[in-house]
Design a protein around this ligand. Structure first.
Ligand code: ZN
Length: 857
């Protein structure tokens, strides 16, 4: 799904007047913040125009910093992807630290990591590291903004990284639809933002553009003091942090001798001179494209809305999301599901200063995909009904809930995430320092029903909609070639028919339950309560609940009751709906990555009773009818009900007696009367590879993905908490070294690294419940008990014994011209001259209704 992203606001003048009066100090006591937040804050402005926020976190052992630059893909000009490319290049050396891999190496030594992203109107850089390395880290970080080398000699290899990033995104139908719908827009909103070898190397060379010079010019135009915000979070005092920011970022030029773009001109440039990117000539369009036979058919409806980022305290998008996604009776989802037309409805939004894009995404059932007009009638009928409704009360209760959530927000454990969100919110002139954290957390405290009604009345109408339909039936000749190649080979060590049956039918029950809970718990979920029930061959059934203390007993009981009874009460129609959703998910490889497919094969081989998704799908599709599936599922689950062993962990604002009550009631309702011995419980060990290399080679199953992947797995049975810590440290060392050499130096792949996959029970699983323990503290407690180099080396020796599992995915042969979003075929929207990644020149033909009717002839 699209995520809510942020945008620059139109109120640029406020920013200028604030900086004109010089440094503005704002201390914590005026900043609205969650009750559990024990940090202190200071907002200030440097002489060069940089706005900054320093955060003191007295209990932190790590530190983080971030910098947001007011530039993004809307500022690319005539080189698509230039802003994104500049972000990549900025990391590769500064005047004081010229070596390209210098920062990666420093962060590795400092136990840290950094990253960056480019949005439409913001480019954000961030990192976290050990607190002791903070001053040096910040010094190096500031160099990227004050004196980056932007060395043209590094450009060629870095273009490959950008290109690989683009190719990684392209197989996903969601990404294709997002790009295609955006490409209908007039002006910069519609252009290709990621960049590729074509747009960043081949085409500029043909036009005689010197990319080295273009990069430097771009940097001068947009990377300057008055377009930047900086944040730091560390255990040192606010005064010291302010001093450090001054010393490091103070040398950034305020305007690059007047070359830097004035923020007042941003809107004109970013809108491309259009009043609105959607003016009636480019709405009411239909894009028709294929999904593979194994994926859900999808229907997307998008609307261009006015820019809403500057009314963030009203949060119209979350209000719309509630209205569109609400699953209770009377909602859109319930009415569509009653007719068996959809299996999910989701709402997302993309924001920018020229327009917001709202997107409704529906996974269709087989019946829904054959009757798209009916689905659309239901959707637009529901929007009509909303326009006639009194939404004041709903909106007010959403706002009350938002205030409670904000007040009780837990302290986050993602320090660099906190740092970049702060810089981003700080970069919007409409957000006063007192509302900085409210903006970061998306607090909705000023419901504006009039605005919501205006959006519904003026902008969310059929004529203003663009529609994309991703359809299994869509046929395009170029698709045939992609289905060739030998099938996946997944050799098994343990093959167990009975276990396959239990795994498959339990997964089916997970979906049946999810379906039942969607409606039963709709209201509780709206109050911030969540309940998730999942089945895995490693853990058996896992129930996860979060709720305010008052609601917890009700939530747990309702879920336990559904779990204990739904296998006997579920009718054939709900089982058949669940079966089709599960099969669709099992067969959908296109939303993944080649390396994930390799990981699934490795897991199917190296974990006892793990089955590859294709095995589960084969078993389930072998069931002759919904009736048989219902009957077999009932039998399997009834057997499991007699053999439940329960472990429970409760934490938060419940006392011991309340916790015990909730857990006892839960155990009683699901009937844990004859508990198994722990040794017989579902948790189980890895399958022994028995001292031998196993090598699997397979085609990358993801359609249109030109990437391959190699995966090497060392098996290491769980031995204890200390080994967990040793392995964790080792995997970080290996990860950094792989990342530095394969990704940064050699540019061999966009994803390179190593990580530790632990099988339960293990310490990180418990500790990752951040409500209860701080993972970092726990690790530290073990570390300070003395991890010596000798211990690590001993662990390393065990780790590198001669039994490894290697999985290599080979990309399929894809015709050279078929490498972009156009591959696989897109109907009705005609792409530009060549079907490459370029999206310029997209144009569409007939009105939606006519097109959709034609589809169904
Ligand atoms: Zn990137």
């Amino acid at each position: 799904m699209m995520r809510l992203t942020v945008t620059v606001s139109l109120l640029v003048c406020c920013w200028l007047s604030a900086t004109a009066v010089g440094s503005v100090d704002q201390e914590t006591d005026v900043i609205k913040r969650p009750r559990l937040d024990d940090r202190t804050y200071r907002v200030f402005t440097l002489a060069n125009g940089i706005r900054a926020v320093a955060v003191n976190d007295p209990s932190a052992t790590r530190a983080a910093y971030a910098c947001a630059v007011n530039v993004g893909s809307h500022d690319d000009g005539d080189i698509d992807g230039l802003a994104h490319f500049s972000e990549h290049m900025a990391f590769l050396g500064s005047a004081a630290y010229p070596k390209p891999s210098e920062d990666d190496e420093f962060l590795t030594r400092a136990g840290g990591q950094g990253n960056a992203f480019t949005d439409k109107e913001r480019t954000v850089f961030f990192a976290q590291l050990e607190a002791t390395a903070f001053p040096e880290g910040l010094q190096r970080f500031a160099g990227f903004f004050a004196s980056p080398l932007l060395d043209a000699r590094e450009a060629h290899s870095e273009v490959q990284a950008v290109d690989s990033e683009h190719k990684k995104n392209m197989p996903s139908v969601d990404a294709q639809v997002e790009y295609l719908l955006m490409s209908l827009a007039s002006g910069p909103l519609g252009h290709f933002a990621t960049g590729s070898v074509d747009t960043l190397e081949t085409e500029p060379a043909q036009r005689g553009v010197d990319m080295g010079a273009a990069l430097k010019r771009f940097h001068s135009r947009f990377y300057c003091g008055h377009r930047m915000t900086v944040s730091t979070i560390s255990p040192i005092s606010l005064a010291e942090q302010q001093q450090l920011i001054n010393d490091t970022f103070g040398v950034v030029s305020p305007t690059n001798e007047g070359i830097c773009e004035n923020t007042q001109d941003d809107f004109t440039r970013r809108s491309g001179g259009y009043d609105s990117p959607f003016d009636g000539t480019n709405t009411n369009q239909l894009i028709h494209l294929p999904v593979t036979e194994n994926e859900h058919p999808l229907l997307f409806v998008s609307f261009a809305l006015p820019p809403l980022r500057e009314v963030s305290s009203s949060q119209p998008h979350p209000a719309l999301r509630y209205l569109m996604e609400h699953k209770g009776r009377g909602g859109l989802f319930a009415s569509l599901r009653e007719e068996d037309l959809v299996s999910s409805v989701e709402y997302g939004a993309e924001q920018s200063s020229v327009a917001d894009m709202a997107l409704i995404r529906m996974e269709l059932t087989g019946k829904g995909s054959k009757d798209v007009p009916r689905v659309l009638d239901r959707l637009f009928g529901y929007l009509n009904a909303l326009r006639e409704s009194d939404l004041n009360e709903v909106y007010a209760s959403l706002a009350r809930m938002s205030s409670v959530d904000f007040a009780w927000t837990d302290k986050s454990t993602d320090m660099s995430g906190d740092a970049w969100r702060l810089t981003e919110s700080l970069s919007y002139p409409h957000v006063p320092p007192s509302d900085l954290l409210a903006d970061v957390h998306g607090l909705m405290d000023v419901p504006d029903t009039e605005l919501l009604m205006d959006v519904l009345h003026t902008h969310m109408t059929p004529e203003k909609a663009n529609i994309a339909f991703a359809d299994r039936e869509f046929r395009c000749d170029s698709l045939a070639a992609l289905h060739d190649g030998p099938p996946l080979q997944t050799p098994k060590i343990d093959s167990d028919e009975a276990a396959l049956r239990v795994s498959s039918l339990s997964r089916l029950y997970e979906y049946v339950l999810g379906d039942a809970l969607d409606i039963d718990l709709a209201d509780l979920r709206q109050c911030g309560a969540t309940a998730r029930v999942t089945y895995s061959h490693q853990r058996g059934w896992t129930f996860r609940f979060t709720a305010y203390a008052l609601q917890m007993p009700h939530l747990v009981n309702a879920t336990a009751k559904a779990f204990a009874t739904a296998h006997t009460t579920a009718g054939d129609s709900s089982v058949s709906r669940a079966l089709s959703a599960l099969l669709s998910d099992l067969r959908d490889v296109n939303t993944g990555l080649a390396v994930q497919s390799a990981g699934e094969i490795a897991e199917a081989i190296s974990v006892r009773q793990a089955f590859h998704r294709s095995e589960l799908a084969a078993f389930l599709s072998g069931l002759s009818s919904a009736g048989e599936a219902t009957q077999q599922m009932h039998q399997t689950i009834a057997q499991q009900m007699d053999r439940l062993y329960l472990e429970a962990l409760s934490c938060g604002n419940l006392n011991e007696a309340e916790s015990a009550d909730v857990i006892t009631a839960f155990a009683h309702t699901i009937g844990v009367s004859h508990p198994l011995a722990p040794a017989d419980a579902a948790e189980l060990a890895v399958a022994q590879l028995r001292g031998q290399h196993i090598r699997v080679e397979a085609w990358n199953p993801i359609q249109n993905d030109v990437n391959g992947a190699s995966l090497l797995v060392y098996q290491y049975p769980y031995l204890g908490i200390e080994e967990g810590v040793h392995l964790s440290i080792l995997s970080q060392l290996v990860h950094q070294s792989l990342y530095d050499t394969l990704r940064t130096q050699s540019q061999l792949g966009y994803i390179a690294g190593a990580h530790l996959v632990t099988r339960p029970p293990h310490w990180s699983e418990i500790a990752s419940h951040s409500y209860c323990f701080r993972r970092h503290d726990l690790a530290l407690a073990y570390l300070t008990n003395g991890v010596e180099l000798a211990d690590l080396l001993a662990t390393y020796k065990i780790l590198t014994r001669d039994d490894a599992l290697g999985v290599k995915m080979h990309p399929r042969q894809i015709p050279a011209h078929d490498s972009g979003i156009g591959s696989g075929g897109v109907g009705l929207v005609r792409l530009g001259a060549s079907p490459s990644s370029k999206l310029r020149g997209a144009s569409s033909a007939l009105p939606v209704r006519q097109q959709i009717d034609a589809l169904h002839k």
